[in-house]
Design a protein around this ligand. Sequence first.
Ligand code: G1P
Length: 297
Amino acid sequence: MKKRVTKAIFPVAGKGTRFLPATKSIPKEIMTLVDRPLIQYAIDEARAAGIKDFIFVTSRGKSALEDYFDHSPELENTLRKAGKDDLLATLKTTNMDSGAIAYIRQHKAMGLGHAVWCARRLIGNEPFAVILPDDVIAAEKPCLQQMVEAHAETGGCMVAAMEVPPEKASSYGVLDVRQDNGETVSVQGMVEKPPVDEAPSNLAVIGRYILTPDIMRNLSRIKTGSGGEIQLTDAIAAEIEADRDVFGYRFRGQRFDCGSKSGFLQATVAFGLGREDLRDEFDDYLRELMSMRQAAQ
Ligand code: G1P
């Protein structure tokens, strides 16, 4: 029987320099889309997919993340006494059960693959998910849940995938497709950030993975790859070379690249418009703004 996926790794050690000066004193994962930090979207998606153990790979200067997931009895008491039940309920969604969350330090920035490898002892011999909180995915059914369901059929390793404009493929891990079955594709090769003219397709890896424990063994062996870093993509490609299955999964949903300023702004607008309590006022504002801009041209 296939083992259920109950562990997820959240690589959050990155410095977030693209968002300086904001990230001088706050981790980028604490930056908010509307009123929830990026990391909360990732955690909620993992919970919906049945994840029970949350493993954060952090680095120096990220202690605000640990505080964020701690309980806050004083604040909860104040809200309770004031009868602010809605806020209390919102606050409680951030609480994590004791023992459900673990923090591992990546001492040196050596790439995504290395960050994932840092969690190897907590993963043991089980399949696990990896969620990159920079990739925020708005979807009716959360992306990782879609993948867990598809993975129950396929087994092997699975990566979220999305078609990108061919000239953008060099910013991603790119899949070389063996067989295209529509929602899932079987993969015969994977390459991290290939030069545009060498990309095997325009089907890009997006930051959701379901991986076998073999990946940890591969990560122990592989050499530095693209950008001089230990690449997760290379460790997954090594599975294909060992004749084990790797699949791409075309998820249903809209992905925002919140690692870029423009993607972050787009996500802010989309999530703002998605909120019932904000929609009308925000929509009116955007329309007015657009018509003023058009009139000025
Ligand atoms: C990472 C992965 C890459 C993937 C991307 C998705 O790259 O290495 O394979 O396509 O995330 O967002 P990064 O954007 O961290 O450089």
